[in-house]
Design a protein around this ligand. Structure first.
Ligand SMILES: Cc1cc2nc3c(=O)[nH]c(=O)nc-3n(C[C@H](O)[C@H](O)[C@H](O)COP(=O)(O)O)c2cc1C
Length: 207
Protein backbone atom coordinates (compact mmCIF):
# COMPACT_ATOMS: atom_id res chain seq x y z
CA UNK A 1 0.00 0.00 0.00
CA UNK A 2 1.52 3.30 -1.14
CA UNK A 3 0.60 6.69 0.36
CA UNK A 4 1.95 9.78 -1.37
CA UNK A 5 2.01 13.17 0.37
CA UNK A 6 2.32 16.31 -1.73
CA UNK A 7 3.61 19.47 -0.08
CA UNK A 8 2.53 22.72 -1.72
CA UNK A 9 4.53 24.94 0.63
CA UNK A 10 7.03 27.22 -1.04
CA UNK A 11 9.30 26.36 1.90
CA UNK A 12 10.61 22.82 1.79
CA UNK A 13 10.76 20.90 5.08
CA UNK A 14 8.95 23.47 7.24
CA UNK A 15 5.58 23.37 9.04
CA UNK A 16 3.48 21.79 6.29
CA UNK A 17 6.16 19.19 5.60
CA UNK A 18 6.32 18.35 9.33
CA UNK A 19 2.56 17.81 9.47
CA UNK A 20 2.61 15.66 6.33
CA UNK A 21 5.47 13.63 7.81
CA UNK A 22 3.37 13.06 10.94
CA UNK A 23 0.56 11.64 8.77
CA UNK A 24 3.02 9.46 6.84
CA UNK A 25 4.80 8.16 9.95
CA UNK A 26 1.51 6.99 11.41
CA UNK A 27 0.50 5.42 8.08
CA UNK A 28 3.89 3.69 7.90
CA UNK A 29 3.38 2.37 11.45
CA UNK A 30 0.17 0.76 10.13
CA UNK A 31 2.11 -0.90 7.29
CA UNK A 32 1.99 1.63 4.43
CA UNK A 33 4.88 2.55 2.17
CA UNK A 34 5.12 6.33 2.08
CA UNK A 35 6.67 9.19 0.15
CA UNK A 36 6.75 12.94 0.75
CA UNK A 37 6.92 14.89 -2.50
CA UNK A 38 7.95 18.53 -2.17
CA UNK A 39 6.54 20.49 -5.11
CA UNK A 40 9.47 22.93 -4.78
CA UNK A 41 11.71 20.09 -6.05
CA UNK A 42 9.71 19.74 -9.26
CA UNK A 43 9.58 21.91 -12.33
CA UNK A 44 5.89 22.07 -13.23
CA UNK A 45 4.95 24.53 -15.93
CA UNK A 46 1.69 26.49 -15.97
CA UNK A 47 -1.35 24.95 -17.65
CA UNK A 48 -1.73 26.66 -21.01
CA UNK A 49 -5.46 25.87 -21.26
CA UNK A 50 -4.87 24.25 -24.66
CA UNK A 51 -7.75 21.84 -23.85
CA UNK A 52 -6.02 18.81 -25.36
CA UNK A 53 -7.11 16.91 -22.22
CA UNK A 54 -10.76 17.37 -23.24
CA UNK A 55 -10.25 14.81 -26.03
CA UNK A 56 -7.79 12.35 -24.48
CA UNK A 57 -6.23 11.76 -21.05
CA UNK A 58 -2.99 13.49 -21.97
CA UNK A 59 -1.32 16.81 -21.30
CA UNK A 60 0.26 18.71 -24.18
CA UNK A 61 3.16 19.72 -21.91
CA UNK A 62 5.54 16.76 -21.80
CA UNK A 63 8.90 18.46 -21.13
CA UNK A 64 8.51 19.07 -17.42
CA UNK A 65 8.23 17.10 -14.17
CA UNK A 66 4.43 16.71 -14.20
CA UNK A 67 5.03 13.47 -16.09
CA UNK A 68 6.84 12.08 -13.02
CA UNK A 69 4.29 13.50 -10.55
CA UNK A 70 1.38 12.08 -12.60
CA UNK A 71 2.96 8.61 -12.52
CA UNK A 72 3.40 8.85 -8.75
CA UNK A 73 -0.26 9.87 -8.33
CA UNK A 74 -1.45 6.94 -10.42
CA UNK A 75 0.77 4.48 -8.51
CA UNK A 76 -0.41 5.60 -5.06
CA UNK A 77 -3.45 4.20 -3.27
CA UNK A 78 -3.55 7.15 -0.88
CA UNK A 79 -2.85 10.83 -1.58
CA UNK A 80 -2.39 13.48 1.14
CA UNK A 81 -2.34 17.10 0.01
CA UNK A 82 -0.72 19.69 2.26
CA UNK A 83 -0.71 23.41 1.70
CA UNK A 84 -0.08 26.32 4.03
CA UNK A 85 -2.64 29.09 3.83
CA UNK A 86 -1.64 31.86 1.43
CA UNK A 87 -4.34 34.56 1.43
CA UNK A 88 -7.04 32.16 2.69
CA UNK A 89 -6.21 29.89 -0.22
CA UNK A 90 -3.78 27.19 -1.29
CA UNK A 91 -0.32 28.22 -2.43
CA UNK A 92 0.54 29.01 -6.04
CA UNK A 93 2.51 25.77 -6.26
CA UNK A 94 -0.44 23.70 -5.04
CA UNK A 95 -2.90 25.43 -7.38
CA UNK A 96 -0.55 24.99 -10.33
CA UNK A 97 -0.22 21.29 -9.49
CA UNK A 98 -4.03 21.02 -9.33
CA UNK A 99 -4.45 22.66 -12.74
CA UNK A 100 -1.95 20.31 -14.32
CA UNK A 101 -3.82 17.19 -13.10
CA UNK A 102 -6.73 18.08 -15.38
CA UNK A 103 -5.71 15.38 -17.89
CA UNK A 104 -6.32 12.79 -15.14
CA UNK A 105 -9.92 13.98 -14.83
CA UNK A 106 -11.50 15.25 -18.04
CA UNK A 107 -12.14 12.16 -20.19
CA UNK A 108 -12.23 9.81 -17.20
CA UNK A 109 -11.39 10.08 -13.52
CA UNK A 110 -8.13 8.15 -13.49
CA UNK A 111 -7.58 8.76 -9.75
CA UNK A 112 -11.10 7.63 -8.81
CA UNK A 113 -11.36 5.16 -5.94
CA UNK A 114 -8.14 6.26 -4.24
CA UNK A 115 -8.20 7.54 -0.67
CA UNK A 116 -7.27 11.15 0.03
CA UNK A 117 -6.91 13.70 2.79
CA UNK A 118 -5.91 17.33 3.10
CA UNK A 119 -4.00 19.25 5.75
CA UNK A 120 -3.22 22.92 6.16
CA UNK A 121 -1.65 25.39 8.56
CA UNK A 122 -1.46 29.16 8.79
CA UNK A 123 0.18 31.89 10.77
CA UNK A 124 -2.99 33.08 12.44
CA UNK A 125 -5.48 31.08 14.48
CA UNK A 126 -8.33 32.03 12.15
CA UNK A 127 -6.16 32.72 9.13
CA UNK A 128 -8.17 31.02 6.39
CA UNK A 129 -7.56 27.36 7.22
CA UNK A 130 -11.13 26.25 6.48
CA UNK A 131 -11.44 27.60 2.91
CA UNK A 132 -7.95 26.26 2.15
CA UNK A 133 -8.88 22.82 3.39
CA UNK A 134 -12.16 22.86 1.44
CA UNK A 135 -10.39 23.82 -1.81
CA UNK A 136 -8.21 20.70 -1.52
CA UNK A 137 -11.22 18.57 -0.49
CA UNK A 138 -13.26 19.77 -3.50
CA UNK A 139 -10.32 19.12 -5.81
CA UNK A 140 -10.01 15.53 -4.62
CA UNK A 141 -13.76 14.97 -4.73
CA UNK A 142 -13.80 16.15 -8.36
CA UNK A 143 -11.19 13.49 -9.08
CA UNK A 144 -13.42 10.83 -7.51
CA UNK A 145 -11.07 10.37 -4.56
CA UNK A 146 -12.58 9.22 -1.25
CA UNK A 147 -11.71 12.07 1.12
CA UNK A 148 -11.33 11.15 4.79
CA UNK A 149 -11.31 13.49 7.77
CA UNK A 150 -9.53 13.41 11.10
CA UNK A 151 -12.40 12.42 13.36
CA UNK A 152 -11.41 9.66 15.74
CA UNK A 153 -14.57 7.55 16.18
CA UNK A 154 -13.43 6.55 19.68
CA UNK A 155 -12.11 9.96 20.70
CA UNK A 156 -13.60 13.26 21.81
CA UNK A 157 -15.39 15.51 19.33
CA UNK A 158 -12.91 17.90 17.71
CA UNK A 159 -12.82 19.73 14.39
CA UNK A 160 -12.89 17.11 11.63
CA UNK A 161 -10.17 18.55 9.39
CA UNK A 162 -6.44 18.89 9.93
CA UNK A 163 -5.60 22.54 10.48
CA UNK A 164 -2.80 24.17 12.38
CA UNK A 165 -1.69 27.63 13.33
CA UNK A 166 1.44 29.30 14.62
CA UNK A 167 -0.68 31.65 16.73
CA UNK A 168 -1.23 29.81 20.00
CA UNK A 169 -3.04 32.34 22.13
CA UNK A 170 -3.67 36.00 22.92
CA UNK A 171 -3.11 37.15 26.50
CA UNK A 172 -2.69 40.61 28.01
CA UNK A 173 -2.62 42.28 24.58
CA UNK A 174 0.12 39.96 23.35
CA UNK A 175 0.08 37.21 20.79
CA UNK A 176 1.74 34.01 21.96
CA UNK A 177 3.36 32.19 19.05
CA UNK A 178 4.19 28.54 18.63
CA UNK A 179 7.64 27.77 17.28
CA UNK A 180 6.22 25.08 14.96
CA UNK A 181 2.78 23.91 13.85
CA UNK A 182 3.67 20.53 15.38
CA UNK A 183 3.71 22.12 18.86
CA UNK A 184 -0.10 21.94 18.76
CA UNK A 185 -1.18 18.62 20.28
CA UNK A 186 -4.57 18.60 18.55
CA UNK A 187 -3.04 19.20 15.12
CA UNK A 188 -0.57 16.36 15.64
CA UNK A 189 -3.30 14.02 16.95
CA UNK A 190 -5.43 14.91 13.90
CA UNK A 191 -2.54 14.15 11.54
CA UNK A 192 -2.02 10.77 13.17
CA UNK A 193 -5.72 9.98 12.97
CA UNK A 194 -5.74 10.84 9.26
CA UNK A 195 -2.85 8.39 8.75
CA UNK A 196 -4.71 5.60 10.56
CA UNK A 197 -8.04 6.32 8.83
CA UNK A 198 -6.44 6.34 5.37
CA UNK A 199 -4.74 2.98 5.89
CA UNK A 200 -7.94 1.45 7.29
CA UNK A 201 -10.08 2.67 4.39
CA UNK A 202 -7.54 1.53 1.78
CA UNK A 203 -7.51 -1.92 3.42
CA UNK A 204 -11.34 -2.02 3.42
CA UNK A 205 -11.56 -0.95 -0.24
CA UNK A 206 -8.97 -3.55 -1.28
CA UNK A 207 -10.95 -6.25 0.53
C1 LIG B 1 2.25 34.77 0.55
C2 LIG B 1 1.82 34.32 1.89
C3 LIG B 1 0.48 34.45 2.26
C4 LIG B 1 0.04 34.06 3.52
N1 LIG B 1 -1.28 34.20 3.83
C5 LIG B 1 -1.70 33.87 5.08
C6 LIG B 1 -3.08 34.03 5.44
O1 LIG B 1 -3.93 34.40 4.64
N2 LIG B 1 -3.44 33.72 6.72
C7 LIG B 1 -2.51 33.30 7.66
O2 LIG B 1 -2.89 33.09 8.81
N3 LIG B 1 -1.22 33.07 7.32
C8 LIG B 1 -0.80 33.35 6.06
N4 LIG B 1 0.52 33.13 5.71
C9 LIG B 1 1.43 32.46 6.69
C10 LIG B 1 1.64 30.95 6.41
O3 LIG B 1 0.40 30.28 6.21
C11 LIG B 1 2.37 30.30 7.59
O4 LIG B 1 3.60 30.95 7.81
C12 LIG B 1 2.60 28.80 7.40
O5 LIG B 1 2.97 28.23 8.63
C13 LIG B 1 3.69 28.51 6.37
O6 LIG B 1 3.82 27.10 6.19
P1 LIG B 1 5.27 26.47 5.85
O7 LIG B 1 6.12 26.60 7.09
O8 LIG B 1 5.02 25.05 5.48
O9 LIG B 1 5.84 27.24 4.71
C14 LIG B 1 0.97 33.51 4.44
C15 LIG B 1 2.32 33.34 4.06
C16 LIG B 1 2.73 33.75 2.81
C17 LIG B 1 4.19 33.55 2.42
Amino acid sequence: MKILAINGSHRKGKNTAALLRTVLEEAAAQGATTELLELTDYNIKLCTSCNKCLGKPQCSITDDDMVIVGEKLLAAEGIVLGSPVYWSNVTTLMKNFMDRTRYLHMTQNLLAGKVGAAITNAGLRHGGQEPTLRIMDYFMQAHGIHVVDSRDPAGPLTYAGVTGSLMEDFKEDKVIWRRNATDDELTVASCKQIGRTMVKLIQQLNG
